[in-house]
Design a protein around this ligand. Structure first.
Ligand code: KQY
Length: 366
């Protein structure tokens, strides 16, 4: 399909909010043994559960290596909503390496293909190489038969942005201004690229993401748009937790801002689970490989209910076997009265460094 030299804004395309109707979803099957314990088997069971839940609501494409292709074909539900496609990859974070889709008001769809460098390249990236992941966005555009905007000189992951579909984009300074991304650009230059490609007029710069998040603090783990003007923010009341100062700073920032339409934001706190640490057994199950982030016993994981995925008619929300699971379901049900809250016990995804939002990518209906 065609590679476009223009920008979405110039062509009248915008990135819709995740809560707007989807054509479908994508996911990549996990297997690399230096990220997923026990060769990825426990994580695969959880990914399968996520696939099953999403497929109740919309079509989903499962991208899988040739080694796992037959296995996945035999595992997936036969409800007509799941297709399996062989696709080379370095790991399974399609939120970050996949295409960001944009739509126009005539119903046309296009893809944005940012440069992906595994969350920081040779500065503080999480694995090497990432060449196959950097091709995923273009493969998605081919499968969707849509033209593609490729940015060879701009590094971005889908999990580091959220939009309200009405001109507001939300990021964290910790991530977008990190050394391993676009360090030769100023904040204003970065903002200009975001506004041009997502078709926004306002960027909200939350200072930091969730404590110890290995993505340099992706916004999709700390804050999300429920709908235009309404956000949900990861929160703890425990002042001794390093997360407290981070969430408080985010709250104060968001309270002091307005969105692209000049609205004050309605901010809802989503209480975090208690700190979750890697166990010795879990640590021992991950291959230790030079150049890949080690998984050590006692490391704190960046657990957050905010890393949920919004699909047509439902929310796919991670749970952690924590007393706050129930409260999170209740909070999200109140915020999304017209959607079913589907839960997945997601510790195995969390152990890989992210959660349900990080492993999924939507294709808007257009
Ligand atoms: O978006 C994410 N949270 C991805 C994290 C990547 C972790 C790789 N180990």
């Amino acid at each position: 399909m065609k590679r476009l030299d223009s920008t979405p804004k110039k062509d009248g395309f915008r990135m819709p909010g995740e809560f707007e109707p989807h054509r479908g979803s994508y996911i990549i099957w996990p297997e690399r043994p230096d990220n997923w314990r026990l060769g990825g088997k426990p994580a695969q069971h959880v990914f399968l559960e996520v696939i099953k839940k999403i497929s109740k609501y919309e079509p989903i494409t499962v991208c899988v290596s040739r080694e796992q292709y037959s296995n996945v074909l035999n595992l997936i539900p036969t409800n007509g909503n799941v297709r399996v496609v062989e696709m080379s990859n370095n790991d399974s974070w399609i939120r970050d390496c996949g295409a960001t889709f944009v739509v126009n008001d005539k119903g046309a769809l296009r893809g944005i293909d940012w440069t992906f460098n595994a969350w920081g390249g040779l500065v503080d990236g999480l694995y090497f190489p990432w060449d196959q992941d950097d091709k995923i966005a273009s493969k998605m555009c081919e499968l969707e038969r849509v033209p593609r905007y490729r940015l060879d000189d701009f590094i971005l992951e889908g999990g580091s942005i959220h939009v309200d579909g009405e001109g507001t984009c939300m990021v964290t300074s910790e991530c977008l201004l990190s050394e391993g991304r676009n360090s030769t650009m100023t904040k204003r230059q970065i903002e200009k690229v975001l506004c041009e490609y997502l078709n926004c007029t306002k960027v909200l710069w939350i200072p930091r993401g969730i404590y110890n998040d290995e993505t340099n603090g992706h916004v999709d783990n700390i804050c999300n748009f429920v709908r235009p003007g309404v956000v949900v923010l990861a929160w703890t009341d425990n002042k001794k937790d390093p997360q407290y100062a981070i969430s408080k700073e985010a709250l104060e920032y968001l309270e002091s801002e307005v969105d692209a339409k000049g609205r004050k934001l309605e901010i809802h706190k989503l209480l975090l689970p208690k700190p979750i640490l890697i166990t010795k057994e879990e640590s021992l199950g991950v291959d230790a490989v030079d150049g890949t982030l080690p998984r050590q016993k006692g490391d704190r994981l960046a657990a957050s209910y905010v890393n949920y995925y919004t699909v047509n008619g439902a929310i796919i929300m991670p749970t952690f076997n924590d007393p706050n699971d129930e409260l999170a379901v209740k909070t999200l049900q109140e915020l999304y009265p017209d959607r079913k809250i589907e839960t997945v016990y997601a510790r195995e995804i969390l152990l890989g460094g992210g959660n349900i939002h990080c492993i999924t990518q939507q294709v808007p209906r257009g």
